[in-house]
Ligand binder design. Structure first.
Ligand code: PLP
Length: 417
């Protein structure tokens, strides 16, 4: 064996892959061991919100590490976790009264699904059918894969995945079909509907209008079916508002948050639940407690980072920065949308995406990796999803860096045609 023994995620080591070493991060940039400055145009896979190594978040991590490391969270608590809970209660919709900690977006989704089934069982009317949207992504653990799209990335594990009811993606000409399918499954007594609000991320940055989200929420409520919003990617200003759900004026029964919860510095997740879901588990019977924990639940250092992130949201004009970035993104998108070879240009807040017309689409399209290599050669981190190019930078990115990203994209469109 030569080189590093590390087996990287979503990486085919049998193809020639160069793995750059990053030694420092700051703002919108990653610095390599050999002295290059790489623009992080995808917020390090959608986690970095304000910018890398935000001084307030890094200071909170340092300070907390002086006094606290991991402690058991079953029946014990600590100030950073309480600060996060208090901060979330102040910032998030008041209907979401309960906060359950975990470590990643995938576990936040697993927790949401378990809460939903526990809710129905403890009410004495067990239900287990989960309704999902076509092209969705909810994580890579078995339960999260089960409620996500099936494809090459989970074909080997298909025998382990549970059955779900799938409604079509609400494309512009078929929104009613989506709503009708949801209504049908709700009428049959589904336990819950889980959905990514406004933007389906890993499914290809597919976007649908807030009016459809509002209508889906209404249908679930009318049938008492729990509405789970997976805002792991869309929250924290990504789509222009703190939560994407806000644009539809809806509040879910269960909300999954992770990626930007710590500003993207360290892993942490929460699943927030409306009171009836907590109430269904609340009893003097131990058999009804919520049976979920991971060893590092509510890690104090991660919680300190999240509390610092919440303070930034309270004290700084984050949504003004998001609006300014969205404006710049929109102008860049408009200027390349007209290029031939580009289809379906779209935007939701700080996210812009477009599809490259190519005969070979899909996740395994050769185009993506080839373009990715070209971008890295220009010191830009972009990672196309199949033939979909998207830009989702940290909110602190400067106009010079954005110009460079879109110059590189324009160039890529020209050479691809
Ligand atoms: C990234 C993502 C997840 C999974 O989060 P991890 O932290 O990678 O486990 C779940 N849902 C959505 C919508 C995501 O974008």
């Amino acid at each position: 064996m030569s080189g590093s023994p590390i087996w990287h995620p979503f990486t085919q080591h049998g193809l020639e892959v160069r793995i750059p070493t990053i030694v420092r991060t700051e703002g919108a940039a990653l610095y390599t061991a050999d002295g290059r400055r790489v623009i992080d145009a995808i917020s390090s896979w959608w986690v970095t919100t304000h910018g890398h190594s935000h001084p307030g978040i890094m200071a909170a991590i340092r300070e907390t590490a002086e006094t606290l490391d991991q402690i058991i969270f079953a029946g014990w608590t600590h100030p950073p976790a309480e600060a996060v809970a208090e901060g979330l209660r102040a910032l998030m919709p008041p209907e979401l009264t309960r906060i359950f900690f975990s470590d990643s977006g995938s576990t936040a989704v697993e927790v949401a699904l378990k809460m939903a089934l526990g809710y129905w069982l403890h009410r004495g009317e067990p239900r287990d059918r989960i309704v999902v949207m076509e092209h969705s992504y909810h994580g890579d653990t078995i339960g999260a894969m089960s409620v996500g799209a099936r494809g090459v990335f989970n074909r080997a594990y298909a025998p382990l995945l549970f059955d779900v009811a799938t409604i079509p993606f609400p494309a512009a000409d078929s929104e009613q079909q989506t709503l009708d399918a949801l209504e049908r499954h709700c009428r049959r007594g589904a336990a819950a509907f889980i959905v990514e609000p406004l933007v389906l991320g890993a499914g290809g940055m597919l976007m649908y209008p807030a009016s459809v989200l509002a209508e889906m929420r209404r249908i679930c409520a009318a049938h008492g079916v729990l509405f789970i919003a997976d805002e792991v990617m869309t929250a924290w200003g990504r789509t222009g508002t703190l939560l994407a759900c806000a644009q539809a004026g809806v509040v879910p029964d269960i909300l999954c948050l992770s990626k930007g919860l710590t500003g993207g510095a360290v892993p942490l997740a929460v699943t927030m639940a409306a009171e009836p879901i907590y109430a269904a588990h609340y009893a003097d019977d131990r058999a009804r407690m919520f049976f979920h924990s991971s060893s590092y639940t509510a890690n104090p250092i991660a919680c300190a980072a999240a509390a610092a992130n919440l303070a930034i949201w309270r004290e700084e004009p984050v949504l003004d920065r998001v609006a300014a970035l969205s404006g710049m993104q929109g102008r860049h998108l408009a200027s390349i949308a007209e290029m031939s070879g580009v289809s379906n240009p779209r935007q939701s807040g700080t996210i812009v995406a477009l599809d490259l017309e190519t005969p070979n689409t899909g996740y395994l399209s050769e185009l993506g990796p080839r373009l990715q290599t070209q971008f890295v050669e220009r010191d830009i981190l972009l990672r196309p999803l199949g033939n979909t190019l998207y830009v989702m930078p940290p909110y602190c990115i400067g106009s010079d860096d954005l110009d460079r990203i879109f110059d590189a994209i324009g160039e890529a469109i020209r050479v691809t045609r």
